[in-house]
Design a protein around this ligand. Structure first.
Ligand code: NAD
Length: 357
């Protein structure tokens, strides 16, 4: 790995921006040349040695003045598309947050602009870095489960249902585009594709807003226009049936992301609270006989594998810019997930299955 000098800038200085700043700025040869956010800098949530980088309230001014090689886009979803196009136009590679965009058309335009500019683009599908996900992917690719037969995914949170959580951009469809469906759903959709390599053929789904309003930070009631609950059925390559459910308002659930898959010769399950463990029953001999006792033991990942880890997506794009061969979620992956969300929304309009283009 070389340490090619790299000028780095960040747009949006909220919660996830800290993760980008921490991982990218820590790499040798990276200089943080600017951070842009229109909010009062006293409200920015950045800390650490690079949080004091030059500050801008206008992203365009920052791009013009600082000429970064790489830009992280960490704003509310509505701004992913315009800031990505702007950063590419200023000659930068882009590490964009998920969901990639508000619509499929926006995501397509981002990928087309990236290709025209000859730059790299990543979408921060964080679970791809989790050791258990990478180990499960290796098991599935190695044929340990045999032909895949079923997928079940749940991603459940409670934060939005809590009265203490104030209204934010996440509850405004004009800024967020979607609620649980886009926020958590793209992790679910990408997670299954990452693990199995299977493409989505068609979907049918439903999303609902089950909390009509929330008070904002000043106590004023504001409407919730994003979905709080969504579920969909998918048919994947090979006719594999996928069932998916997500919510932001299930009491008791913090960040509960579970994927379970069964094939002819085994079942495995992954859980976000267990990044270095896997529930697994696999092997043609072991699974040959019927049993009436459920037995899916929680197993530790091989130590060597768990220790190996993977660079975070924002860090991986730096390695890729420097010429290393690294596996990271690209704009094409972001677009793929966006197309599935778009098809779920289409199916809601018609009440029928929608093909995934
Ligand atoms: N990959 C993940 O797992 C993950 C986790 C959390 C958030 N996210 C994504 O990251 C993005 C940001 O989420 P967050 O939790 O950090 O939100 P946040 O509310 O904490 O931060 C958003 C920041 O963007 C700033 N902003 C708003 N409009 C702007 C503009 N026009 N120009 C520049 N900055 C602007 C806000 O002032 C705020 O500082 C969202 O797209 C979200 O989906 C991804």
């Amino acid at each position: 790995m070389n340490d090619l000098p790299l000028r780095y800038a960040l747009i949006g200085a909220g919660g996830i921006a800290q993760a980008h700043l921490q991982t990218i700025a820590a790499l040798p040869g990276v200089t943080v040349v600017g951070i842009a956010d229109p909010a009062d800098p006293r409200t920015w949530r950045l800390s650490g040695p690079h949080a004091g980088a030059p500050r801008f309230t206008d992203a365009e001014v920052m791009l013009r003045e600082t000429k970064p090689d790489l830009v992280s886009v960490c704003t509310p979803n509505k701004f992913h598309h315009p800031f990505t196009l702007l950063a590419l136009a200023h000659g930068a590679h882009v590490a964009c947050e998920k969901p990639m965009a508000m619509t499929v058309a926006e995501a397509e335009a981002m990928e087309a602009a990236r290709a025209r500019a000859g730059k790299l683009g990543s979408i921060n599908f964080t679970y791809r870095n989790v050791a258990a996900f990478r180990f499960a992917r290796e098991l599935i690719a190695g044929g340990e489960l045999g032909r895949l037969l079923r997928v079940n995914v749940v991603y459940l949170q409670s934060f939005l249902g809590a009265p203490a959580t104030p209204h934010s951009w996440r509850n405004d469809v004009a800024l967020a585009g979607f609620g649980a469906l886009g926020d958590l759903g793209v992790h679910m959709i990408d997670g299954v594709h990452f693990l199995t390599g299977l493409a989505y053929r068609r979907v049918v789904g439903l999303a609902q807003t089950l909390i009509p309003e929330k008070p904002d930070a000043a106590g004023t009631p504001r409407p919730v226009t994003t979905d709080t609950n969504a579920a969909w059925l998918a048919e994947l390559d090979g006719g594999v049936i996928g069932t998916f459910e997500t919510t932001q308002i299930a009491p008791g659930y913090g960040n509960f992301f579970r994927i379970e898959l069964s094939g002819e010769h085994g079942t495995l399950a992954l859980h976000s609270d267990h990044p270095e463990e896997i529930w697994l029953r696999a092997g043609a001999t072991l699974t040959r006989y019927a049993t009436w006792k459920t037995d899916l033991p929680l197993q530790k990942l091989p130590t060597e594998f768990a220790g190996r880890g993977a660079p975070t997506t924002p860090a991986a794009i730096v390695h890729a810019i420097r010429g290393a061969k690294v596996d990271f979620p690209t704009f094409a992956d972001g677009l793929r997930a966006q197309r599935v969300v778009g098809a779920i929304l289409s199916s809601m309009q018609t009440g029928a299955w929608a093909p995934v283009a």
